[in-house]
Structure formats: structure tokens, C-alpha cells
Write a protein that binds this ligand. Structure first.
Ligand code: SF4
Ligand code: SF4
Length: 449
């Protein structure tokens, strides 16, 4: 039996009657919708691949992924085998019926797999590519292992690189260190220069921590002026204290602090988050400052994830970031052993939804468990969000950050809520002006991931 015989890529047939876990017929409902609609129109979803699992050559103190190695019933340590790689690539390409399949290689540190692994990746993508379908690759890396050979390969095969860099040396080295605690800034900066020399396009991925959130302009200007970044992604570091073992939404909701409680901020022994998590007020300050700088100097020249998506949303386009979308569910993660999880931030046994060896990726994506996971982002919003003037900009942001209760005691409020409110109140009047100007000039806005 060949690999392709073992794994038919089409969604399983679906009759007008559905069956529950007990084998009895049950009425169809909205969670059956994606499966029912899957044979019509294009199927688009995204899988983040972790070929080296959580293994990394660095020991960044705020990393949420290193602990997966020791998570009970988690993916453990390991590297993706050739058989798993082939099944993943085959099923992913077969499952997406849109014009483009985007492979995102993440970790851990994916370059630890070595170049030969990525040569196999490219060869397998060519083997399974469908006519008229574009295949793209992103590589998210800490940059420390990149050299001339890597850069030549990345250029030749049109990889888009996401380079993790937190800002100038003192900010970057505060958390991003080697296993023996040594700083990494110089290597990462050299990697950026090497990427530029080879003409490899790269985005910057900057984690905004409790320390760095107080210095938005030092970070932005460094990325813009010294690194020459033209696409910046800023991610707030927010980790529930106990995230190493406790999956999101598995926590005891009624024990979570209320918004405004002292425990709802970092830096106290009883804080709900780790000590490196960004303070919600600082996050709001950070976003406002970045927005002003971008608006004043770089609009149309530099892409900043939070600014771009806000403009897009006010042009009537969907959010470009899942965190500001109404639903989750279309961005899954595949681990080194082929295990499939609802999302990169939900790699916990409770959210394991399949395995490329025992099932088929597209059936996992369309399965009720995954669809329900996606709908839950909207369905579990507290009243405070439903009545919020910024609901359509925010949608309660990422559910893994919903670790507060509202002042009335309702669970499900986002830890960063006060920061988002500050940002939206500050930026939206100007965003409306930018959107009006774009419409007036007749520029056709493009949806972009
Ligand atoms: S859980 Fe968070 S990161 Fe995952 S898809 Fe939803 S919003 Fe995005
Ligand atoms: S700003 Fe706060 S209240 Fe409004 S939708 Fe976002 S998390 Fe909810």
C-alpha cells in the first residue's frame, strides 16, 4: 500500500443525518456547517508545523513552548520523522482547495532540523503540489543558526522568514538567552544582515514583555532604522501562572481575579500571570505609541500588525490576525509526532484533535470538536464584551488570555482588556480617517494574512 492509498484526502461523506458519539442519529446544527459546506467553494485553513517540537537551542525565559517537552500526555521531545513529514505535506496540500497553501515552520527552533530536512520539505511539496496552486513557506526562527548556506537556500526557495528580535541589545538580551544564560542579540542582528545580503524577505517578531512594554519607541525606531524592518509583528507576552501544566479554559474560572483587582496585574506573588507578562496598562501605552509613530512616519511604508489589521477592519475586510477575529479554529498546529492540536497556543492533551497517522487532516479541521473550539471564541464572550463599543475590533482577543472576570464576576474577560480599550479609543478616530482616505482614492483594499 502506498502512502497516498493510506490517506485519502477528501472529507468523509456526510449524509443529511448526523450521528452522535453514542451512534444514535442527532439533528444537524451549526457545528456541522463546515463539514456540509466543505465540498463547495474553497477550503482554506492554516497549519503551523513544529518539526523539532519544543526543542530549542535557546532558553528564552518567557517562552510558552519549552515546557511542552515535559507536559504530561503532551507531545514530548522528538523530531519529525520522514514518514510523518510526508503524510503531513500530502494531507495539507490535499486538504486546502484555495489557490495557495502556506506552510509555516515553527518551534521550538525549526532550523535545528538542519537543511536536509528542509530540502526534503521542498521536494515533497513539489511531489504533491496540485496544478495552479501556489505553495509558500514561512520559517519562524531565532536566527542564531542562520549562515550563508541557509540564506542561499531560503532565497532560492522563496521562504519568508520571521525573525524573533525584541528590540535593541539591552531589551533583546533581557529574556532571549542561550541555555547557559548568554546574550543572543549580536547573533540575531548578524542574521538579519545576512538575510538582507541574500535578499531573503523577513518580518520581525517582537515579544512585548513587562520590561519592554515601557519602551515602545526605542523598540520601533531600532527595528525601523537600524534593522530596516518593513513588516513588524508585536506579540504581547501573557502567560497564566501555571501555564506549563494547565490548559486555557481548564482553569477554575470562578477563582480568577476580577478586572481591577491587584492580582489582575503582574509583579505580585498572587498575580494571575507570570512575572514577565506585560501589564495591561503598559500594553495599551505601547500600542498607542507605536500607532502614533507609524502614522506620523511610516504609513504605507511599514506594516505593523496591530495597525494594519485595524485599518483593514475599518475598511470592512476581515481581521488579518486571528486574535481580532470573531472565530478561531482555522489555524491548527501539528507536532513532531503528527499530533494535531486546535491551535499553537492550545498544545495540551485536552485540545489534541487528531494525528496525521491515524486520521486525515481535513477531517480533523472540519470535525465538530475543532469547529466548536472555533465558535467558542464568540460564544463565551462575557456581557461586558458583547456590549463593548470595540467588540468588532477586538472580539475579546485571544481566548488563551481570557483569565479575568468582569467587575460583576462573569468569567471570560481578556487580561489585556483595559490596554485594548485605551488603544482603540486612541487609534480608531485616526484609523477612520485613513480608511476614508483610502476609499476616496479608490484604492482597492486587499485581504492579506
Ligand atoms: S486561540 Fe488565540 S492564537 Fe489560537 S486561533 Fe484563537 S485567537 Fe488565534
Ligand atoms: S476591549 Fe475589552 S470589553 Fe471590549 S471586546 Fe475587547 S476585551 Fe471585551
Amino acid at each position: 500500500m502506498t502512502l497516498s492509498d493510506q490517506s485519502k484526502p477528501e472529507p468523509r461523506p456526510f449524509s443529511a443525518v448526523a450521528f452522535g458519539p453514542d451512534g444514535r442519529p442527532r439533528p444537524l446544527d451549526k457545528y456541522d456547517g463546515p463539514m456540509l459546506a466543505s465540498s463547495q467553494g474553497s477550503r482554506r485553513f492554516h497549519i503551523m508545523a513544529k518539526p523539532a517540537g519544543s526543542t530549542c537551542n535557546l532558553d528564552c525565559q518567557y517562552c510558552f513552548y519549552l515546557s511542552k517537552e515535559t507536559l504530561p500526555q503532551g507531545p514530548g521531545a522528538g523530531r519529525m520523522s520522514d514518514a510523518t513529514l510526508e503524510r503531513f505535506i500530502q494531507q495539507y496540500i490535499a486538504g486546502v482547495t484555495g489557490p495557495e497553501v502556506v506552510f509555516s515552520w515553527q518551534g521550538g527552533e525549526p532550523t535545528l532540523m538542519g537543511l536536509d530536512f528542509f530540502r526534503k520539505v521542498v521536494a515533497l511539496q513539489e511531489k504533491y503540489a496540485k496544478p495552479n496552486q501556489k505553495i509558500e513557506n514561512d520559517l519562524q526562527t531565532n536566527g542564531t543558526l542562520l549562515d550563508e548556506t541557509w540564506c542561499a537556500f531560503l532565497k532560492e526557495h522563496r521562504f519568508l522568514v520571521g525573525l524573533s528580535i525584541d528590540g535593541p541589545k539591552d531589551i533583546h538580551d533581557a529574556y532571549r538567552v542561550t541555555k547557559d544564560g548568554k546574550p543572543t542579540f549580536d547573533k540575531v542582528f548578524a542574521a538579519a544582515m545576512l538575510l538582507k545580503k541574500h535578499g531573503v524577505p523577513f518580518n520581525t517578531l517582537t515579544c512585548v514583555s513587562r520590561i519592554s512594554a515601557k519602551r515602545p519607541l526605542d523598540i520601533y525606531r531600532f527595528l525601523r532604522r537600524e534593522l530596516g524592518a518593513t513588516y513588524m509583528q508585536f506579540n504581547p507576552v501573557v502567560e497564566y501562572k501555571g501555564f506549563e501544566r494547565t490548559a486555557p479554559q481548564v482553569w477554575d474560572a470562578m477563582k480568577l481575579p476580577k478586572q481591577g483587582d491587584p492580582e489582575a496585574r503582574p509583579g505580585r506573588p498572587d498575580s494571575v500571570v507570570t512575572e514577565w507578562s506585560v501589564d495591561p496598562e503598559d500594553w495599551g501605552y505601547f500600542l498607542c505609541k507605536i500607532f502614533d509613530e507609524w502614522r506620523a512616519r511610516d504609513l504605507g511604508k511599514v506594516l505593523v500588525n496591530h495597525c494594519e489589521t485595524l485599518v483593514a477592519q475599518h475598511l470592512g475586510l476581515p481581521s488579518q490576525l486571528c486574535i481580532y477575529g470573531e472565530f478561531c479554529g482555522k489555524g491548527l498546529a501539528v507536532e513532531h509526532d503528527g499530533g494535531i492540536y486546535s491551535c499553537d497556543h492550545y498544545v495540551y492533551p485536552e485540545y489534541k484533535v487528531g494525528n496525521v497517522h491515524s486520521g486525515n487532516l481535513i477531517n480533523t479541521v472540519l470535525d465538530r470538536a475543532q469547529v466548536k473550539f472555533g465558535y467558542a471564541k464568540n460564544e463565551t464572550l462575557p456581557k461586558q464584551c458583547r456590549e463593548c463599543p470595540y467588540l468588532r475590533d477586538c472580539w475579546g482577543e485571544c481566548p488563551k488570555n481570557r483569565i479575568l472576570r468582569t467587575a460583576e464576576g462573569e468569567p471570560g474577560l481578556n487580561y489585556l482588556c483595559s490596554g485594548f480599550k485605551r488603544f482603540f479609543a486612541h487609534a480608531i478616530p485616526e484609523v477612520e480617517r485613513i480608511a476614508a482616505d483610502i476609499r476616496k482614492r479608490g484604492v482597492q483594499p486587499q485581504a492579506r494574512m
